[in-house]
Design a protein around this ligand. Structure first.
Ligand code: ADE
Length: 263
């Protein structure tokens, strides 16, 4: 019988309610119901040591803002290890981390147990980093906390788990999966306000449709994300399609190629 990959994700946050957004809707809700993923949202305040459940204090060195205490994160971590007898893989969303992309999501999706530490305010006491395995940034901008980045990361990585998205091919066709942007999609009606669905998609010829889509992906990537295209290692088929694209462009408008021909 095929082994079903499951993942357990624990999130430590002072705003557990924010995570209702991902737990209660769409594919993640279904993945939880199918038991492909277990998502535990834990309140950091439950790991504090004082009666007021304080999670932050003013920073040392005359800093303006508040800094999150190391103790509640370590208490959670120690309890986790004690109950399971092994370490989880800890992710700290932070603007200082490795920039998140599909490859990193794929790496994280391979882990069996992930823990996310959500920071707030000026940041987390530096000593928490000692128990962090990977710091991840979702982009070069600063949010007020790690909750939204954590949701972005969870949503992205769960798409790689078998069974979360309807079919494997829809993940494989996603933008970035093969280093290219996704091809264009159409649904009914065939004629929408004078705009037609490309004939070939109505032909039922799966092989021609596959090539047409590959061409569309290549062109979109070249035009919208040349940086991605430059990094892409093309296979034989993709090279052939590119040659076809250039030949078609030439046949349509040879004058555009005049200068380069004369060189
Ligand atoms: N926390 C605040 N800003 C962030 C970012 N850009 N990425 C990840 N975590 C963050």
């Amino acid at each position: 019988m095929e082994q079903i990959k499951r993942i357990k994700i624990s999130v430590l946050t002072i705003f557990p309610g924010m995570f209702d957004i991902i737990r209660n809707y769409g594919v993640i809700k279904k993945a939880i119901e199918k038991k492909l993923v277990e998502i535990d949202i834990l309140n950091l305040r439950d790991y504090t040591t004082d009666k007021h459940k304080v999670t932050d204090k003013p920073g040392y060195g005359g800093e303006n803002g508040m800094v999150m205490l190391a103790e509640p994160f370590y208490r959670f971590y120690d309890e986790y290890i004690l109950s399971k007898n092994h370490k989880p893989y800890v992710v700290l969303p932070s603007p200082q981390g490795e920039v998140f992309n599909n490859d990193l999501a794929f790496e994280l999706a391979k882990k069996e147990e992930l823990v996310f530490f959500c920071g707030r305010y000026e940041g987390i006491d530096e000593r928490v980093r000692k128990i962090v395995d990977k710091e991840v940034s979702i982009g070069d901008y600063v949010l007020t906390g790690g909750e939204i980045p954590t949701m972005v990361i969870i949503e992205t990585l769960l798409r790689f788990l078998p069974g979360v998205i309807g079919s494997k091919t829809s993940v494989e066709n996603d933008s970035f999966y093969n280093g290219l942007l996704d091809y264009s999609h159409y649904t009914k009606p065939q004629n929408f306000r004078g705009m037609q669905v490309p004939e070939i998609l109505l032909s039922g010829d799966h092989e021609r449709i596959r090539i047409f889509r590959k061409k569309d992906s290549l062109l979109k990537t070249i035009l919208k994300r040349p940086d991605l295209f430059i990094k892409k290692e093309l296979d034989e088929e993709e090279k052939k399609i590119l040659v076809e694209i250039i030949q078609e462009m030439f046949n349509k408008n040879p004058d555009n190629f005049k200068e380069s021909k004369d060189v």
